[in-house]
Structure formats: C-alpha cells, structure tokens
Design a protein around this ligand. Structure first.
Ligand SMILES: N[C@@H](CCC(=O)N[C@@H](CS)C(=O)NCC(=O)O)C(=O)O
Length: 207
C-alpha cells in the first residue's frame, strides 16, 4: 500500500489525481513539511509530494509519476517506456515541473527568495508576469480538446493542476478562452472530482 504525503492543492495534487486515474489503492497523509519528524522520516527536503512505497520513500513529482505509470499500466497516460510518445509527454511535464513550478513558488512564497519585503513584492510581481505570459502562450496554442492533444494524458493532469494554481493570476489562467474548456473537461473526470473532494479544494474562485 502506498501513502501519499500531500499539501492540499499543491503540486502533490498531480500524484493524488494520477493514483485515482490508475485505480491504485493508497492512503493520504497531510504533510507537516516543516516538522523535524517529516524531514527525518519522509522527505529531508521538507517538500511534497512524497510517496511511501513498500521499497521506501520516493520524492519528486516526475520520478513518482513515471514510477507509478510503469508499475500500474499507465502507458496510456505517459506512453510506453522507450517510445517517442513517452519522451514527448515527459518533455512537456518536465517543463512544468522544472521551469514553471519554481516560478509558482516565487509567486506564492516570495518570502523564500528574499527576507526583504520590498524585494519580495518585485519577486512576486515578476513571477506573475512570467506565469501570465506562459499561460497566454498555452492558450494561443491550444486547438485540441486537451492541452496534450486529442487524448487525455498525464500532461493534462499536471497542466490542470498548474492552471488551477493560476486562478490567482490576473487574468486567471483557468478562465482564458481556450484553456477554460480543456480545464473543465479535465476537472469533470471522476479522478479529479474525488481528489478535489478529499483535499477539500475547489476548481474555481480564490479560496
Ligand atoms: N521539485 C519538487 C518540488 C516540490 C515543491 O515545490 N513542493 C512544494 C509545494 S508545491 C512544497 O512542498 N513546499 C513546501 C511546503 O509546502 O511546505 C517536485 O517536483 O516534486
């Protein structure tokens, strides 16, 4: 049995939804990321997601995602190992995990980047500018039912979680013209509905 250590609506939400999509049994544990116990027993980096498995703990969204897909028939979501489809899907996921997620961290946690409040304001507003520009590019390029194309895949899980975080932007990412229908299509999936209910988060609004 797996245990997913999570913070509501954060990037760990990607793994929560993936577990639901794969139909894998798991327990959910809200993480006390700042506690010494969490760092000692679960993730020394003090972050979520972390997945406790029978073999030990694995961290980093992209690693967890690939591990779960490979062990639970997730080829339809990520492409089979060694295929072009796998490489392209991971490419898009890695962009979000390594390029955009850190910008969201600057937007939501500017105090992690400078102790100076004046500097924090600049960090946050510059992050917002970069995020809006990125979502506008995605919106302009989106011509298919899903961000990933004609079929839903793991990239759409990640993109939808990021888009949900982008509801704090101006304009909100989840209300952009082409993103909104793709977003609504994904959040209507039973996996999202179950995960949102368990984490107590909503798809729209600034709550
Ligand atoms: N590189 C990590 C980043 C994870 C990350 O930044 N997690 C944030 C939440 S979005 C976190 O745990 N922050 C500390 C906290 O919530 O206390 C990954 O992709 O899994």
């Amino acid at each position: 049995m797996y245990t997913l250590h999570y913070s509501p609506g954060s990037v760990s939400f990607v793994i929560h939804i993936l577990l639901e999509e794969l139909g894998v049994p798991f327990e959910l544990q809200k993480a006390e990321t700042k506690s010494a116990q969490y760092r000692a027993q679960v993730n020394p980096k003090g972050k979520v997601p972390a997945l406790t498995t029978p073999k030990g703990v694995i961290t980093e969204c992209v690693a967890i995602l690939e591990y779960l897909c490979d062990h639970h028939g997730g080829g339809r979501l990520l492409g089979e190992p060694g295929t072009w489809e796998r490489a392209r899907t991971l490419e898009r996921i890695a962009t979000m995990a390594t390029e955009m997620q850190p910008v969201f961290n600057r937007f939501f946690h500017a105090d992690d980047f400078s102790p100076d409040e004046a500097v924090q304001g600049g960090v946050k507003s510059h992050a917002a500018t970069k995020l809006v520009a990125w979502f506008r590019e995605q919106d302009a390029a989106l011509k298919t039912p899903y961000w990933s194309g004609d079929e839903f895949n793991a990239g759409d899980i990640f993109f939808t979680v990021m888009t949900r975080s982008g509801r704090w932007l101006d304009p909100p990412a989840n209300e952009m013209r082409n993103i909104r229908p793709a977003y609504e299509r994904v959040i209507a999936r039973p996996s999202f509905a179950r995960a949102m209910a368990r984490e107590g988060v909503k798809a729209f609004g600034r709550t």
